[in-house]
Design a protein around this ligand. Structure first.
Ligand code: F6R
Length: 609
């Protein structure tokens, strides 16, 4: 969390930094700040609150200069305030830093630095880095950053400028994302390529324990001992327009609408156009490796965890391989059974979620083959796994994940079909049916998005309700949890996802006329049971909105409102069910919160434990 940027070139730095921070605001928005090198000094401006507050504060008096750094904060150490906003400086005003991550040994370092005479102006862990660099500074910023980095524990992407070294910016990274953008006579640094995509698509992904020196003439990358490292330049295939709102009121709505395209892109080249097979070379596993797998462990957080729930169901059903799923923050503190016959699959939109990355490392250490499903090329998950399958969702800017989720589902279905194809666990005609079903999904998603007036009508009625209960059975239990998560995070309404069969073991006590139940009642093995569960809610004066198939007339005798989705195989239905649930959360949130894209207390990429 937190977004950092840096610019050095011939243009005014300030507008470039502010624009870059705008594109990183999804990473945190408690405060923002910039520092620009000018006339032998460093001009620092910062404000509590969103970037808009900083923009207002500098209007008409923006700092001038062609070298600068910036930061948008998600508070960890120290409450949101002007003092705690980055950038932070050393005692002498020589060194100024922005930081993303957590310096875990900051307390110990801070005591030591105070004892050595340093005076601190904030409660942050970051300020320790500024003073530590000052401690080592003898006129060579890169050397001082290198020495400081060796002493820092935890996670950091640091971007640093020195008053007396106006011709370069120095950066360092460990466990927090950092990418360099290469322009003509200019260079950019950022947490995410979105910050500088409108200027360049030529990038270098910085690795852990790299020290980077960028200048107008180019880039030098070094290890912690100061040895130069050769790094590949990659070309990002997202363009700047993909990271714009494109006429939609919010990124979230735009991203919901992008799902048909994103699903098609994610399927392309993997499901053959004759629909006769699935190919996943990105898995980087031989047929022999695949036959050896006797267990799959899926590791993820939040929405991506819900995708892993669908993955478990699909892989066990189609491949008969036992699949264990773990919330990443839990996996790392137990002793999971993983060995060299295990395939560990991590799912992460950003590919940078620290808990997921630690889970991945743990699985690797225990000998598992590893596979990442991620949306971000060159992300940590992609680089550290044996294989990678990208979701081609394009940049996801809204904090609430939508298109990343449905494309993750697409990838887990492809994996299930691919493993089944190689292990011969699926009847060929059933496999053909499922491939055809997958192929239909983008078009069916389009049908939902062509007319969702019933979702809007339902949202108008329910936005002032006290709570929502999402109930489902089987594979759509993941949809229920995901629907509840979406409405919690953007509309701030209490919501629960529950296995419908469990209702009578507790949650049904919550039902009253101000509590809405969303029942996922698409065609399934357990359709009749869901109907009974709806009856039970209705008998207790609850209102029920059913997500049901287009031609289902039976449901009309049960639910108060019906939101229709096209019919597909039960196993594939979570993709279609997700869309009205996302829209429902969005339209309910519109009535309650001005911050749909940036809900309170959240950040898109969670790089702290
Ligand atoms: C919810 C949401 C989060 C993320 C979670 C994992 O809408 O976006 O729950 O799914 O923080 O993030 P990634 O997928 O980047 O690892």
């Amino acid at each position: 969390m937190c977004g950092i940027v840096g610019y050095i070139g011939k243009r005014e730095a300030c507008p470039i930094l502010i624009d870059g921070l705008k594109r990183l605001e999804y990473r945190g928005y408690d405060s923002a700040g910039i520092a620009v090198l000018n006339c032998g000094g460093i001009d620092i401006r910062k404000s509590i609150g969103k970037l808009k507050a900083l923009e207002c504060a500098i209007e008409g008096c923006a700092p001038k200069g062609t070298v600068g750094i910036g930061h948008t904060r998600w508070a960890t150490h120290g409450r949101p305030s002007d003092e705690n906003a980055h950038p932070h400086s050393d005692c002498s005003g020589q060194i100024t830093v922005v930081h993303n991550g957590i310096i875990e040994n900051y307390a110990e370092l801070k005591s030591r630095l105070i004892a050595e005479g340093h005076a601190f102006a904030s409660e942050t862990d970051t300020e320790v880095a500024a003073h530590l660099i000052e401690q080592y500074y003898d006129g060579d910023l890169a050397k001082a950053v290198r020495s400081a980095a060796r002493e820092l524990e935890g996670s950091f992407a640091l971007v640093v400028i020195a008053r007396d070294e106006p011709d370069h910016i120095v950066a360092a990274r460990r466990h927090s994302p950092l990418v360099i953008g290469l322009g003509e006579g200019e260079c950019f640094l950022a947490s995410d390529v979105a910050a500088f995509l409108k200027h360049t698509r030529r990038v270098i992904y910085v690795d852990d324990d790299n020290i980077v020196v960028v200048s107008r003439g180019g880039v030098g990358i070094f290890d912690l001992a100061g040895n130069p490292i050769d790094k590949e330049v990659s070309l990002v295939d997202w363009d700047a327009a993909m990271a714009e709102r494109g006429g939609y009121e919010h990124f979230m709505l735009k991203e919901i609408h992008e799902q048909p395209r994103a699903l098609r892109e994610t399927m392309r080249g993997r499901l053959s156009s004759e629909l006769d097979r699935v190919d996943l070379p990105g898995m980087n596993l031989s047929d022999e490796d695949i036959r050896r797998i006797n267990r799959i462990v899926m590791i993820a957080c939040g929405t991506a965890y819900h995708a892993s729930m669908v993955g478990k169901y699909a892989i066990e059903e189609l491949c008969r391989i036992p699949v264990e799923i773990d919330v990443a923050s839990e996996l790392r503190y137990r002793n999971p059974i993983i060995d060299d016959q295990t395939l560990a699959i991590v799912i992460s939109q950003s590919g940078e979620t620290i808990d997921t990355i630690v889970g991945l490392r743990e699985a690797k250490e225990k000998g598992a083959k590893t596979l990442a499903i991620t949306n971000v090329v060159g992300s940590m998950a992609a680089r550290e796994s044996d294989g990678v399958l990208y979701t081609y969702a394009g940049p996801e800017i809204a904090v609430a994940s939508t298109k990343a989720y449905t494309t993750q589902l697409m990838v887990v279905y492809l994996i299930a079909l691919y493993l089944a194809q190689i292990r011969g666990t699926l009847d060929p005609s059933r496999a053909a049916q499922l491939r055809a079903g997958l192929w239909e999904l983008p078009g069916q998603a389009e049908l939902i998005l062509n007319d969702y007036s019933e979702v809007k009508r339902a949202a108008e009625r329910y936005y002032c309700f006290n709570g929502f209960l999402y109930m489902a059975r089987g594979i759509n239990l993941a949809s229920a949890l995901e629907g509840a998560l979406k409405i919690k995070e953007i509309a701030y309404i209490h919501a629960e996802g529950y296995a419908a069969g469990e209702m009578k073991h507790g949650p049904i006590a919550m039902i009253d006329p101000t509590f809405a139940t969303i029942a996922i009642a698409v065609k399934s093995k357990t359709y009749d049971k869901i109907l009974s569960n709806i009856k039970e809610v209705k008998a207790r004066s609850g209102e029920v909105i059913a997500i049901a198939n287009s031609h289902d007339t039976v449901i009309e005798d049960y639910a108060d409102r019906i939101i229709r989705v096209p019919e597909t195989e039960e196993i594939l239905s979570p993709v279609l069910v997700a869309i009205p649930l996302q829209l429902m959360a969005y339209y309910v949130a519109l009535g309650r919160s001005p911050n749909v894209d940036q809900p309170r207390n959240l950040a898109k990429t969670v790089t702290v434990e």
